[in-house]
Design a protein around this ligand. Structure first.
Ligand code: ATP
Ligand code: MG
Length: 480
């Protein structure tokens, strides 16, 4: 229970212990400014999870106080953001942010408020949630005193996300707070107060005035929560998902024909995402789970005698990813390629489970997945969901066989990150030819022979095959 006086006292005492707070307090006193620790650090302290990020609010200039702290402590990396009136520095292993206490008022068209200097009380009123509005004093007169104007301690206790002021106004003023509410609910495993949830639903359209970078930042934090489905369900219920990620909403629902339905691919995707969250902290592997079936709505078809099919949804899905990444302002290069590759290949290990596993099929998979084979297997394993436990059990056993086979063939043929034993240069020198299509034909012949298991993955047999293929193409060997 957070609310017991005894625990509160102990926690605040543990806050007093770290010398960084005494140092900040001494500097504030020397400079004649009043300062408080506020926001995330205080919340996390009371959740027994103290962080290394401290937010400081001062009555007066945050930048001025940051400069003073940098001077007194010889702290490095003082960064000043004049436009925002904030500053940041590193001191020992702390990251400290400074801001002057503010009073804010909002206009309808922008989430950027009109800002005036204010008191600590004004500043606490502009905070997003009661649990984020608590402060601890760094002032000599009442060092360590908790100021909790909106019942933040009670809400930590009740595990509830609540806004200090009318939620309708809070979310309308700065719609990013809607994403933040859902993010904190997911990260902390808290409920969003009913009134707040209604206000988010009513204001969902206003998310459109928030920059995509900020939205994506919060979305990624939701994805990195221990159970990300919590956040996605809230995004969906409030209507936010439809606006920020319509492709995902399209996955929802099950259609029935002749008494046969298909699974709700939205719920299935969330199960896969929760499964994979238990296995990996890799954001991009989690993204691959989110997107693995994204091509299903576009490929859905009823086939008489068979039922619902989603042919090619792996391929179509992987092609949809660049435009989703672009819109979401997610990175272009290697991360995009990685997610595309996993989505394109996500059915391949499962196909091996269902067929009699041939060495060449396993070799091809190793060749195409390269270093990402383990992540692909993790995705595929997370994707095995069925309502029938025996079916899952049988799948798992067969899947383990595929795993063993992969290891066996990898050890034998070393196909992960495969480099051809015969390079284009060798081919050109041997036959004294310039870069031309014959070089490609010979390289493909060698690769196919290795993948099919007709020759081992070694130089000598590949060299012989090069000579033979060259001869068939009418080329003359001029060097060896
Ligand atoms: P974390 O750093 O773990 O994400 P945090 O609570 O420190 O959590 P920050 O984004 O670092 O979150 O913000 C610091 C504090 O600033 C918050 O605790 C909150 O008091 C306030 N805050 C941040 N964003 C907003 C906002 N959009 N509206 C109102 N207050 C905000
Ligand atoms: Mg923070």
């Amino acid at each position: 229970m957070f609310a017991s006086q005894f625990n509160l006292f102990n926690l605040v005492n543990s806050f007093l212990v770290d010398p960084v707070f005494r140092t900040l307090s001494d500097i504030a006193s020397n400079e004649g400014v009043r300062a408080w620790v506020i926001g995330g650090y205080v919340r996390d302290l009371f959740m027994h999870n103290p962080s290394k990020d401290i937010d400081i609010v001062v009555e007066g200039s945050g930048i001025g106080f940051a400069q003073a702290v940098a001077r007194y402590t010889n702290a490095c990396n003082l960064q000043v953001f004049k436009n925002f009136g904030t500053a940041m520095l590193s001191y020992k292993d702390w990251k400290i942010e400074f801001v002057g206490a503010r009073k804010e008022s909002y206009r309808l068209s922008s989430r950027k408020p009109i800002v005036e200097n204010g008191t600590i009380e004004d500043d606490q009123k502009r905070r997003d949630f009661t649990i984020n509005a608590m402060s601890l004093s760094l002032n000599k007169a009442d060092f360590g005193q908790l100021i909790d104007p909106f019942g933040g301690i009670r809400d930590l206790d009740l595990k509830i996300i609540r806004t200090p002021l009318d939620p309708d106004i809070t979310y309308s003023d700065d719609p990013l707070r809607m994403m933040r509410a859902i993010r904190f609910a997911s990260q902390l495993n808290f409920k969003i107060e009913e009134k707040s949830l209604k206000a988010i639903t009513i204001n969902s359209e206003r998310i459109k005035i928030v920059s995509q970078e900020r939205i994506t930042d919060e979305l990624n934090k939701i994805i990195m929560a221990a159970k990300p489905s919590v956040g996605f369900k809230l995004l969906n219920e409030t209507g936010l998902l439809k606006i920020i990620f319509p492709e995902m909403v399209e996955l929802q629902g099950a259609e029935y024909k002749e008494g046969r339905g298909h699974k709700d691919n939205f719920l299935h995707t969330l199960i896969v995402l929760d499964n994979i969250a238990l296995k990996t902290e890799n954001l991009w592997l989690r993204w691959a789970a989110i997107l693995h079936d994204i091509g299903k709505p576009a490929t859905k078809k009823w086939v008489d005698g068979i039922g619902w099919t989603f042919h090619g949804h792996d391929f179509v899905g992987s092609k949809m990813i660049p435009s989703i990444f672009r819109r979401m302002k997610l990175p272009k290069g290697d991360h995009l390629k990685y997610v595309q590759k996993l989505v394109a290949l996500h059915l391949r290990p499962i196909a091996l489970v269902e067929d009699v596993v041939s060495d060449s099929a396993v070799r091809r998979l190793l060749f195409e997945a390269g270093n990402d084979i383990d992540d692909l297997m993790t995705l595929c394993s997370a994707d095995m969901s069925s309502k029938i436990p025996e079916k899952i059990q049988r799948y798992r056993e067969n899947f383990d066989l595929v795993r063993t086979k992969l290891i066996e063939i990898e050890e034998k043929d070393r196909l992960r990150n495969w480099q051809p034993p015969i390079t284009g240069d060798i081919i050109m020198t041997t036959f004294n030819i310039p870069p031309c299509k014959e070089v490609g034909i010979i390289k493909t012949a060698i690769r196919e022979a290795i993948l099919e298991g007709n020759i081992p993955n070694e130089f000598e047999p590949a060299y012989q095959l090069m000579l033979q293929t060259g001869k068939e193409l009418g080329l003359k060997q001029v060097s060896n």
